[in-house]
Design a protein around this ligand. Structure first.
Ligand code: NAD
Length: 642
């Protein structure tokens, strides 16, 4: 629970369009019959309209108000007021004209009606800052607070865009500092946040169309809300700096606020992160100080004190003035810190917010990729850099947790532990994730005239037993006899002799020999060499569909994802011919199960072939009772590159 005090300042507010027409009524409400009108050349048309509306109530005019309310100007205006025996003051214009009205009111205790034409917010505060002999002195009293404020949106429609931007940011500054004021309270917090989002919404709309009446109304309401905050709670570093720069270096008020605000916010941000988060939310940006800077820059507003005419040599003096007397501010003021702040504002640097997680991740990725920069082999460098970038993106996009990554590491560890000379769980993982097939597709695309390749699979064993033509590689295992008669050619159809052809397959129950420890030696795998006709022939048995091994991590993954583990029935081939590229492929049994959902995504239409059903005499006269099958196929190998 928060303990707070709240003071409201009793002024009457009339808000709308065309409300200038109600000034006579408002003057009479205050009991005034002899009014002094304060205006200026920039609002000459409004002054003319006021003359019309006020009629005989108007007895004198003064149009010489100046920035920062110089006392000598007030004295001249006071002379006009006294001679006219005015009993009330009407002021139309920006904060300077309002300041003059306040300066006269505090000296005469006369009631004021203010028609603001900028967003400075002075009209709702009981504060007056006056300059004399180059020093700005501020005081506060109820006599200073205007009795009536008439906001007429129409009076702001012609305010030039540059003034609109700087004055709007002036209002933003009141709201921001109110949020981290020592006297902040729930009422001003809400007013401030409402003001901030109205300003952030209205300024870009006005940049597109300065006469957008609704945006003007939003901004004018924001000015009122921000001014109310300024009137109610104490301001901090930002206002102090602007006060110093305006009073001692003659810098223009709203422009100075515009340049300094992002820097003052960045200075205070570490002390009030929660406030800055609320400001950022209200602005709709990730980081409040840099967000304000970006808003100003996008609207073409000033971003450097240098451009406002501040001499660089004055920075040390400004730092000294801003830190000479203590005042409440969320972050302790140090000469060094304020010096850096002012230097940043002088140069117009963009205040850097704390880097976002995305920015930190991007930096980390770049750092890791850069660590490969001196890799001698450019291909290794490319592959490792790409792998790191993709893995980092994967981690970021999926917001991977520590526990999930630990699980992944454990999964890969178990995958490795499952591997031995006859069991390749990593190949199985690559196959079941479709990576082997993806590599394969690329291989095929590079050699379109050859027989398509297919995945190696996990059951290849180096150095299979040599077999001669026509021999039986089934080791006597039960199954439908299969006669294989294949030719090996190059891409021109030339038969290739002395090609080494390794072949391996499952038995009729779907097991490879390495999965059957009771078998004596390698069976259903062999190495043959093509004869002078580029041919090999051998007997085997018809392969069947089979599940990939389910007793390892890959099996767990298939289970966990509801995938079946089956491979379509096939025969593996690995072909090496002198002067030609190695071809690793599979021939699938046409009509076999799982051709359309092979668990390693290895089936290609060109590799689905007839294992034709036969009975009766066999090619080599072997006696077979009942059905036997026949596979005839021609492999085409690509020439060795380069
Ligand atoms: P301003 O009143 O000097 O106006 C800036 C310029 O805009 C002037 O040239 C003015 O003629 C012109 N202008 C005003 N309205 C216009 C319109 N509708 N169309 C075209 N031009 C127009 O500046 P400001 O920023 O409004 O106010 C700054 C002054 O107010 C400073 O002296 C500052 O100290 C004071 N102020 C005081 C308080 C307070 O609570 N005491 C609060 C904010 C500002």
């Amino acid at each position: 629970m928060r303990t707070f005090g709240y003071t409201s300042h009793p002024s009457r507010v009339v808000f709308g369009s065309g409300t200038v027409g109600r000034i006579r009524e408002e003057a009479e409400r205050l009991g005034c019959s002899r009014l002094l009108l304060l205006s200026g050349p920039a609002v000459a048309r409004t002054a003319a309209r006021l003359r019309e509306v006020l009629g005989d109530l108007l007895v004198a005019e003064f149009d010489g108000a100046a920035m920062h309310t110089p006392v000598e100007v007030t004295e001249r205006a006071l002379d006009v007021l006294t001679r006219a025996r005015a009993d009330g003051i009407v002021a139309v214009g920006g904060g300077s004209t309002t300041g003059l009205a306040k300066a006269l009111a505090v000296r005469t205790d006369l009631p004021q009606i203010i028609l603001p034409t900028t967003y400075a917010g002075s009209e709702v505060t009981p504060v007056l800052g006056e300059t004399q002999d180059g020093r700005k002195v501020t005081r506060s009293s109820q006599a200073i607070l205007p009795e009536t404020v008439v906001y007429d949106v129409d009076l702001t429609l012609g305010l030039p865009l540059p003034l609109t931007v700087t004055s709007g940011i002036n209002a933003l500054a009141h709201a921001v500092e109110a949020l981290y004021s020592a006297e902040a309270n729930p009422v001003t917090d809400r007013q401030a946040l409402d003001a901030i989002s109205r300003i952030a919404g209205a300024l870009p709309r006005l940049a597109a169309d300065p006469a957008d009446r609704e945006a003007r109304a939003d901004l004018l309401q924001a000015a009122w809300l921000s001014g109310t905050c300024l009137a109610t709670v104490g301001m901090g570093l930002h206002h102090k700096l602007c006060h110093t720069l305006g009073g001692s270096f003659g810098l223009p008020h709203a422009e100075t606020h515009t340049v300094v605000l992002p820097h003052a916010m960045a200075y205070n941000a570490p002390a009030v992160p929660e406030v800055m988060r609320r400001v950022a939310d209200a602005l709709g940006v990730p980081d409040a100080p840099s967000g304000v800077h970006d808003l100003i820059a996008s609207l073409g507003g000033p971003t450097s004190l240098r451009d406002l005419g501040m001499p660089e040599s004055g920075l040390a003096r400004a730092t000294e003035l801003a830190t000479s007397t203590p005042y409440p501010n969320p972050r302790a003021l140090t000469g060094e810190g304020i010096g850096e702040l002012l230097a940043g504002a002088w140069h117009g640097h963009r205040p850097e917010g704390p880097p976002s997680t995305e920015a930190k991740l991007a930096r980390l990725t770049d750092e890791v990729v850069a660590s490969f920069a001196r890799t001698p082999d450019p291909r290794v460098r490319t592959l490792l850099s790409g792998l790191v970038r993709h893995l980092h993106t994967f981690v970021a996009e999926n917001d991977v947790t520590d526990a999930e990554w630990q699980y992944a590491v454990d999964f890969l560890t178990r995958t490795g532990q499952k591997c031995d000379p006859t069991r390749q769980e990593f190949v199985l993982l690559s196959d079941t994730l479709g990576i082997s097939s993806a590599v394969d597709l690329l291989t095929n695309s590079r050699t379109p005239d050859t027989t398509p390749s297919a995945v190696l699979g996990p059951f290849y064993v180096e150095g299979p037993p040599e077999a001669v033509h026509g021999s039986d590689i089934s080791g006597g295992l039960h199954g439908t006899p299969l006669w294989v008669d294949v030719l090996v050619t190059d891409t021109d159809g030339e038969l290739l002799k002395d090609a080494v052809v390794d072949v391996w397959q499952s038995n009729e129950d779907g097991f490879y020999d390495v999965q059957l420890p009771d078998l004596d030696g390698p069976v259903l795998r062999a190495r043959l060499r093509t004869d002078s006709d580029g041919r090999i022939t051998f007997w085997s048995i018809l392969p069947s569909e089979y599940p990939v091994p389910g007793d390892g991590p890959v099996g767990q993954m298939l289970d966990a994802t509801g995938r079946h583990p089956y491979r379509a029935p096939h025969l593996h081939f690995m072909l090496d011919a002198p002067g030609h590229r190695r071809l690793v492929t599979q021939l699938f049994v046409s009509g076999g199960a799982y051709l359309d959902s092979d668990t390693v995504f290895g089936v290609k239409n060109e590799l689905v072939v007839d294992f034709t059903s036969r009975s009766g005499p066999t090619p080599d006269g072997r006696k077979v009772d009942g059905e036997w099958r026949r596979l005839d196929y021609t492999f085409r190998l690509a020439p060795q590159a380069g």
